[in-house]
Design a protein around this ligand. Structure first.
Ligand code: ATP
Length: 321
């Protein structure tokens, strides 16, 4: 049996640990693994390498992905997905394992339903926005990166009595903002899932300011009010005496050595994907819920979108007095 393997969409720390787990558990089951470069692009270009146990040595601790990743415009077209299927068949690939986020699984679902290709997904995205898994590979590392950066910002904010508005990744989802915001003791957290009432925020900042020298506001980039710059302008317009600074953390959130949690999760899910293929599963994502490996149909993983935890939002607000 032959498995094709890709990493697709935005890169996430822990993807390499997952590649290693897929390759080594496949070899353990006498299955060969072919890694295609740059996600769906590599399948369309027939750009692949046969992977053996040593080809995934010394990568568990490395960020990024040795298979590279890409956002493939071509894969949006049905005729190109047919071409991808033909390439996979020509290379005797029996099943495809896709490590990626919701976009990658949308493509995987179409490939599987249109051509009958066996496809199994593994959630690899820093966003943690997929339904059917408590955490996605890369999320834990990303929030730890945010926490490390904001702790440093807090030092300088306190010394200068400043307000810092920090923008973190999350175009559609506020999971990075929410958990990292709680962990740094942010005075306010703005996420796309809830409406931002700017008046409410401004009033709260004034009361926070009375008791504290520094204020940290964490803003997910997709917040409905706008990005960190817009929020900072609103604060400056209301309180001319506040010294307000903006920091956009940007792509550092994608890089770095994966945390222990991400390496372990990636190892479980990579091995789980190979098991799912052996069990004849297709059109599903392998996730981890309550410490158990679970199988979730692609359409559910994508469409149901993990809900933001209202209790965590309340907790953050209560603790930031
Ligand atoms: P992240 O959450 O980290 O951004 P992702 O997997 O959601 O990762 P996307 O760029 O949304 O990243 O999707 C990755 C790739 O999946 C796209 O470049 C495209 O090749 C494929 N894809 C996404 N949506 C579709 C779609 N509707 N039809 C076909 N292919 C798609």
């Amino acid at each position: 049996m032959n498995i094709g393997l890709i990493t697709s969409g935005g890169d996430a720390p822990g993807m390499n640990a997952c590649v290693r787990a897929v390759v080594r558990s496949a070899i353990n089951n006498d299955i060969s693994v072919y890694g295609f470069y740059r996600g769906y692009e590599g399948i369309l270009d027939n750009d692949f390498v046969k992977m053996d146990a040593s080809s995934v040595g010394q990568i568990i601790q490395r960020g990024g992905t040795i298979l590279k990743t890409a956002r493939s415009k071509r894969f949006f077209e049905a005729e190109n997905r047919k071409l991808a299927f033909e390439n996979l068949k020509k290379n005797n690939i029996d099943a495809l394992v896709v490590i990626g986020g919701d976009g990658s699984f949308t493509g995987a679902k179409l490939l599987s339903s249109e051509t009958g290709m066996v496809v199994v997904g593994v959630p690899g995205t820093i966003d943690n926005d997929l339904y059917g898994t408590d955490f996605t590979i890369g999320y834990d590392t990303a929030i730890n990166t945010v926490v490390e950066a904001v702790d440093k910002i807090r030092d300088t904010a306190m010394s200068h009595d400043r307000v810092f508005v920090v923008e973190v990744m999350g175009r559609d989802a506020g999971f990075i903002a929410l958990r990292s915001g709680i962990a740094v003791g942010a005075e306010a957290i703005l996420v796309p899932e809830t409406t931002t009432y700017i008046e409410h925020l401004l009033e709260r900042l004034q009361t926070r300011r009375e008791s504290k020298s520094s204020v940290i506001v964490i803003v997910a980039e997709g917040d409905d009010f706008g990005g960190a710059q817009d929020v900072a302008e609103a604060i400056k317009n209301r309180y001319a005496n506040f010294d307000v600074k903006v920091t956009k953390l940007g792509h550092i959130q994608r890089g770095g050595n994966p945390s222990a949690m991400d390496r372990v999760l990636a190892s479980f899910l990579g091995a789980g994907a190979v098991e799912a293929v052996l069990e004849g599963k297709s059109g599903i994502m392998v996730g981890m819920e309550h410490k158990k490996v679970v199988h979730v149909p692609f359409e559910k993983a994508i469409k149901h979108h993990q809900q933001i935890d209202g209790n965590l939002l309340k907790l953050a607000e209560m603790l930031s007095v």
